[in-house]
Design a protein around this ligand. Structure first.
Ligand code: NAD
Ligand code: IPM
Ligand code: MN
Length: 360
């Protein structure tokens, strides 16, 4: 199979982990006889420094002309601590999602059994947890009208959803539920917010077309509690952009670390794959970031964009083998991990590549 993949490493640990994501794709191509060609594009702080624009047109063009995109992360401490900055790395990410129409963000929360001890949640609560989040990605308060008034002393952001936006993500989530545990939890704040009342109304309507799926509606505050209290009670979760952002960072603790969670952003055109984590200023440049989220994002890319199920499964099995062999990055190590099994980013990535080669 011949495919064009655009790599956007972005900022901070985005660069470090995406190098490993790309390596596993090269490994898969070699083992299975595919021809993947790679092109690089800039985004975020790096792009602002080079061009003044967090998402240059050239990057967008390259993405539009590709078969799939592997993205790292954006962000820089300079902007985090300067609320007055008008041009920001995160604007590049939001523009990319909007321009490419990537309205559905799939965030699988998969706990590898080997990592039961890495989480701060009790193993007996966690074992077997397997949740698939559908986070709506191009609407909500992220894209509603925002601004200042009263000479700048009042600020507002508008939470806004239209029927078609809820319908299309709900259909995707229901379809996925049919292939899994046939249970869907829709998370909103319909006891307070009008946009959530529309959300709930539309999900209830769409549900009629999926009589085999059991639907529950949950308020976001209760969902935040329940995720930790009983993660196994969830199968597929569908929610808005902001609630999905927050709940999936929380849910990363079910999988052991932010460094374990991959995602797929899909819509009507090209798919984009990225870890859910950010540029992690606190560990940037130290070579300790966990590359598994990027590697697992590459596995999602192979499966969803290219339909290469066996290749994707091989990558997941290679990660599993690496964990079975006791290898850990710092974030998923526990007191029992021997010092020599704690690996840096690049070596961890290489071990997974070697395991993939052995599995084919
Ligand atoms: P973050 O996700 O970067 O980091 C949160 C915590 O998780 C940190 O302690 C970090 O060290 C740890 N962590 C994250 N990824 C890890 C990995 N692969 N291995 C080991 N540990 C990992 O969130 P933050 O600190 O709130 O934000 C930092 C910057 O990233 C900000 O500028 C923010 O805007 C940006 N951000 C970008 C994205 C994205 O590009 N998709 C996502 C989230 C945050
Ligand atoms: C994510 C990030 C982004 C978001 C930020 C950096 C704009 O947190 O991808 O989860 O909120 O969507
Ligand atoms: Mn986030």
């Amino acid at each position: 199979m011949k495919k064009k993949i655009v790599i956007l490493p972005g900022d901070g640990i985005g660069k470090e982990v995406t190098a490993c994501g790309k390596k596993i794709l090269e490994q898969v191509a070699e083992c299975f006889g595919h021809q993947f060609t790679f092109d690089y594009a800039t985004i975020g702080h790096e792009a602002i420094e080079a061009t003044g624009n967090p998402l240059p047109d050239e990057s967008l063009e390259k993405m539009k002309n590709s078969d799939a995109i592997l993205f790292g992360a954006v962000g820089h401490p300079k902007y985090d601590n300067d609320p007055s900055a008008k041009v920001r790395p995160e604007q590049g990410l939001l523009k990319m999602r909007k321009e490419l129409g990537l309205y559905a963000n799939l965030r699988p929360i998969k706990l590898f059994d080997e990592l039961l001890a890495a989480s701060s949640i009790k193993p007996e609560i966690l074992k077997g947890a397997d949740i698939l989040f559908f986070r709506e990605l191009t609407g909500d308060v992220y894209f509603g009208e925002r601004g200042r008034k009263d000479q700048g002393s009042t600020a507002f952001d508008t939470m806004i959803y239209s029927r078609y936006e809820v319908e299309r993500i709900a259909h995707k989530a229901f379809k996925a539920a049919l292939t899994r545990g046939k249970k869907l939890t829709s998370v909103d704040k319909a006891n307070v917010l009008e946009s959530s009342r529309l959300w709930r109304e539309v999900v209830q309507e769409v549900a009629k077309q999926y009589p085999d799926v059991t639907v529950e509606h949950m308020f976001v505050d209760a969902a935040a509690m329940k995720l930790i209290q009983n993660p196994r009670s969830f199968d597929v979760v569908v929610t808005g952009n902001l609630f999905g952002d927050i709940l999936t960072d929380e849910a990363s603790q079910i999988a052991g670390s932010m460094g374990m969670l991959a995602s797929a952003s899909i819509g009507d055109t090209v798919g984009l794959y990225e870890p859910i984590h950010g540029s992690a200023h606190d560990i940037t440049g130290k070579g300790v970031a966990n590359p598994l989220a990027s590697i697992l994002s590459a596995a999602l890319l192979l499966d969803i964009s290219f339909g290469l199920k066996e290749e994707s499964e091989t990558v997941i099995k290679a990660v599993e083998q690496t964990l079975k062999d006791g290898y850990r990055t710092r974030d998923i190590a526990d007191a029992a991990t021997p010092h020599e099994k704690i690996l840096g980013t690049e070596v961890m990535g290489n071990v997974v590549c070697n395991n993939a080669r052995m599995l084919v």
